[in-house]
Design a protein around this ligand. Structure first.
Ligand code: MG
Length: 383
């Protein structure tokens, strides 16, 4: 826990609490306790075998959802410490933010979205909240992890109005309220959201080059990359290409983090206007965590490059096509024969399709592959 929290930080002693009240657990704060529950969850352990961009078995050095989540937590926590925000809350949100991701990254989510289109849809942020609110089954007194409002608010970073209204019917003051009534989430939630974007742009550039799907030369068409790369070459002539890329990305991230701190500090000072400004006032204000315009534009250009050249690379597209097929096949197979799911899911529910979606979404890449082979006799990927 930070020594001193800024007045606008989420104070753990003023948490809006848990859906089911629990006695405190000193010396841990509520948000430290959330973090501990997340780390001990099944969904968290599965992140190590879930694809970020590259399929889990393609190489041991590529990011997985787990290492991505750790990088987001690292970036977020160092900024939180500098700004006097609640570092434990940032860590809890960061470690949980991708818990609802399907196997095979966005391909998996697209497949489940199509399968569930007529049955309430499927959306990974919503699924992350569903995992911590309902699907984890470890505690005697409640389903899910019974996390604090602040952590749940950070996990639900996007939500369509339709979904928000459904959630609100169940929990009128819950984390979906801002998607209907407007308002911002806590500064800690805003920070994790941006740390997520900065982390994946930098690490996907690294993984993209490592995979051979993009080259360092191609990346240098992005001004942000070119600028830092030139500085690295000037300071360290003769550095091998691998280390040049690392050093370039290291400098790029440091600069973005410094800019984020400076810009956010100024935005908070501006919004506070010298008056009382606390975590509740943050929720009524415009979003305050961000980059300066110049750095944001540069960062967007890198994202656009990665989207066009890496995420849409023919080899990635081919794999994601197979992954989509795999998850659609699995969905159809379990829908037809629910007894093929693990006993916890096969037992039947009031919403059988949602149960199938939850089961498939929770799978690791390799479990999905094995199940697909078992149920269809086909082998779409080599393990
Ligand atoms: Mg993420």
């Amino acid at each position: 826990m930070n020594a001193t929290l800024a007045p606008w930080a989420s104070d753990p002693h003023r948490s809006r609490g848990r859906r089911i009240a629990e006695a405190p657990s000193p010396p841990r704060t509520e948000h430290q306790r959330d973090r501990d529950r997340i780390v001990h969850s099944n969904a968290f352990r599965r992140l190590v075998y879930k694809t970020q961009v590259f399929i889990n078995h393609e190489g041991d050095l590529f990011r997985t959802r787990l290492t991505h989540s750790l990088e987001v937590a690292q970036l977020g926590r160092s900024v939180a410490r500098t700004l006097g925000l609640n570092e434990d809350l940032v860590e809890a949100i960061a470690l949980a933010h991708d818990l609802g991701h399907t196997p095979f990254g966005h391909a998996g989510q697209d497949a489940l979205q199509a399968c569930m289109a007529e049955h309430g849809g499927f959306e990974h942020n919503l699924q992350s909240l569903r995992v911590v609110d309902r699907l984890e089954a470890r505690y005697a007194a409640f389903d899910g992890l019974n996390l604090s409002f602040e952590t749940r608010e950070g996990i639900l970073k996007h939500c369509s109005r339709r979904h928000a209204e459904r959630l609100l019917a169940d929990e009128p003051d819950g984390p979906a309220a801002r998607f209907v009534h407007g308002g911002s989430p806590s500064l800690e939630a805003q920070l994790v959201n941006l740390a997520d974007e900065l982390a994946y742009s930098a690490h996907d550039a690294d993984d993209g080059v490592r995979s051979g799907l993009i080259t360092l030369d191609q990346l240098l068409a992005v001004p942000l990359m070119a600028r830092h790369h030139a500085a690295v070459q000037a300071a360290h002539p003769g550095l091998d290409a691998r280390r040049r890329l690392y050093e370039t990305l290291r400098r790029l991230l440091s600069e973005q983090i410094d800019d984020l701190v400076e810009h956010t500090r100024a935005a908070i000072a501006d919004a506070a206007g010298g008056g009382a400004f606390d975590a509740d006032a943050v929720r009524r204000a415009r979003p305050l965590v961000g980059l300066s315009t110049a750095r944001r534009d540069e960062s967007l250009a890198l994202k656009r490059f990665l989207f066009a050249e890496l995420y849409r690379h023919p080899q990635v597209v081919q794999r994601t096509g197979l992954a989509r097929q795999m998850l659609s096949d699995l969905f159809a197979a379990y829908r037809q024969a629910p007894q093929e799911m693990s006993p916890d899911y096969a037992r039947g529910s009031q919403d059988p399709l949602r149960t199938v979606a939850d089961y498939v979404a929770g799978m690791t890449d390799r479990f999905a592959m094995r199940e697909h082979q078992r149920l269809t006799g086909q082998r779409l990927f080599e393990l």
